[in-house]
Design a protein around this ligand. Structure first.
Ligand SMILES: NC(=O)c1ccc[n+]([C@@H]2O[C@H](COP(=O)([O-])OP(=O)(O)OC[C@H]3O[C@@H](n4cnc5c(N)ncnc54)[C@H](O)[C@@H]3O)[C@@H](O)[C@H]2O)c1
Ligand SMILES: N[C@@H](CCO)C(=O)O
Ligand code: NA
Length: 442
């Protein structure tokens, strides 16, 4: 352990007390870094940050030596209500919500990485911070170490965000990537993701898209100055992605990614915000296609700024601790020098659009009679439903009688695409609709 600031170079007389709730994957790393780099944190914030209590569920559980045993307690309420800064890293809704509300009531600034709680109770937490006149920070809640909350909440405050497209769940990106590059099974890849500390304690939240959906709700709320909760996000996870889907995606020059998509629509058909999480094909030359392993990336499009891309580690103890500690420094500096974290900004109150409002491109694979007029008939079905075709590939023959045709559409509304697929199923030239996948990213 080498302190990077000589202890004599800056010695603030003031100190702030810090309480940590939860000493798991992230909490342990926060405690380690806060202790090892105490002098740097003092210099950056203007106060010595002294951990006075670490609330854990099980006092007898084995701990990393970085967690000082003498600070452990199972009285989480005392830690939440007895400190200037409270760092919540328990996760889940309760008791985290009650503890955070108690911390605000006791006058603390609160830092959390709890996306599930914010997506469910964000407005209540913001209101409690406003009443207390203290800070509410949650950089770690979205895309771990990547400063995307700061970017949306502060850096983009002078612009109008139109779209956000992100890979915001490390576990599922890791699983899809391992399945793609190493041919691992879903279960093998999930087990490794859990060993590496990427997956949530209950990986269902990762695999079924709920973790990404909570982050998408937070992203959309910040991007569009509109309250978006978990229930406003349409969600589909990666459980049904098969090795065949992955092979077919590669044959089409694409990667399958679990995407979080937040779009503002203001056109003749819809006005509002559409937020969804689902697997989609991403063309290999799109920046999100080269996001491998547990890495995250978020692509933000804004009217004046154009495209911005954020990339980095979205999960894991130390990367997530980095985000938590940036918030700790900001909150501490406000205590010392004055100033406040941004309050909730939800003035735009845009309507929330349902999944039917999504406009996206599709890849449709069909087994079609290899006979004159068949392709023209198929093209006619798409045209009749107002779905414009971007490309057609006839790439394999099945028994000499039928061909596999892969059609990629231009952006189309869900109900038009569904109507086209329904008509294709009934069409005499179509032996089977093999797959329908969304394609995202220009
Ligand atoms: N692990 C990551 O990569 C990551 C990334 C970004 C955000 N987060 C978020 O950070 C938070 C913590 O995640 P984690 O991965 O460290 O989880 P974790 O499960 O490793 O740690 C949570 C800890 O809280 C403890 N705990 C549970 N109930 C408690 C209680 N009532 N009082 C005190 N302690 C209690 C648990 O015993 C556990 O040690 C979550 O909100 C998570 O969503 C995690
Ligand atoms: N389980 C989450 C951790 C970060 O929230 C992930 O895999 O991205
Ligand atoms: Na972040």
């Amino acid at each position: 352990m080498v302190p990077s600031v000589p202890s004599s170079s800056f010695a603030p007389s003031r100190s702030l007390s810090v309480g940590v709730l939860g000493a798991g994957t992230v909490g342990t790393q926060v405690i380690r870094l806060l202790t090892e780099q105490a002098d740097d944190f003092a210099a950056r914030s203007g106060a010595r940050l002294e951990i006075t209590g670490i609330a854990v569920r099980d006092l007898s559980a084995p701990r990393d030596p970085a967690v000082p045993a003498e600070l452990l307690t199972d009285d989480a309420t005392a830690v939440a209500t007895g400190n200037d800064l409270v760092i919540e890293l328990i996760g889940g809704i309760e008791p985290a919500r009650t503890l955070i509300l108690a911390a605000f009531k006791a006058g603390a600034s609160v830092i959390t990485g709890n996306k599930a709680l914010i997506a469910a109770h964000g407005p209540e937490l913001y209101a409690a911070a406003a009443t207390a006149g203290t800070d509410f920070y949650y950089e770690a809640a979205v895309a771990g170490a990547i400063p995307v909350v700061y970017a949306l909440r502060e850096s983009m405050a002078g612009d109008r965000v139109t779209n956000v497209l992100g890979i915001v769940n490390g576990t599922t990106n890791y699983i899809l990537d391992e399945m793609t590059t190493k041919g691992l099974s879903f279960d093998q890849a999930l087990a490794t993701a859990q060993e590496l500390g990427y997956a949530e304690a209950d990986p269902t939240a990762d695999v079924d898209g709920l973790d990404a959906a909570a982050k998408a709700a937070i992203i959309a709320s910040l991007a569009f100055h509109t309250r978006v909760g978990l229930d406003d996000v349409s969600v589909e996870g990666i459980r049904d992605i098969t090795a065949d889907d992955i092979r077919e995606a590669q044959a089409s020059g694409c990667q399958i990614k679990l995407l979080a998509i937040a779009q503002r629509r203001e056109d003749e058909h819809a006005r509002g915000v559409s937020v969804r999480v689902h697997p989609a094909l991403v063309p290999a030359d799109h920046p999100l296609a080269s996001v491998h392993g547990a890495f995250n990336a978020v692509l933000v499009e804004a009217e004046a700024a154009g495209r911005l891309m954020f990339y980095g580690q979205g999960a894991g103890g130390a990367p997530t601790a980095s985000a938590v500690l940036s918030d700790v420094v900001a909150a501490a500096a406000h205590r010392v020098h004055g100033g406040q974290a941004p309050r909730e900004s939800c003035y735009a109150r845009l309507p929330i659009l349902g999944p039917e409002a999504a406009i996206t491109r599709y890849q449709v694979q069909l087994e079609v009679a290899d006979a004159p007029g068949a392709l023209a008939a198929v093209a006619g079905v798409f045209g009749a439903q107002d779905v414009s075709i971007n490309s057609v590939r006839q790439n394999a023959y099945v028994g000499g009688q039928t061909a596999v045709v892969t059609i990629v559409t231009h952006p189309a509304a869900v109900f038009h695409l569904d109507a086209a697929v329904e008509a294709l199923r009934r069409d005499e030239h179509v032996a089977a609709v093999i797959s329908v996948q969304r394609v995202e990213g220009e």
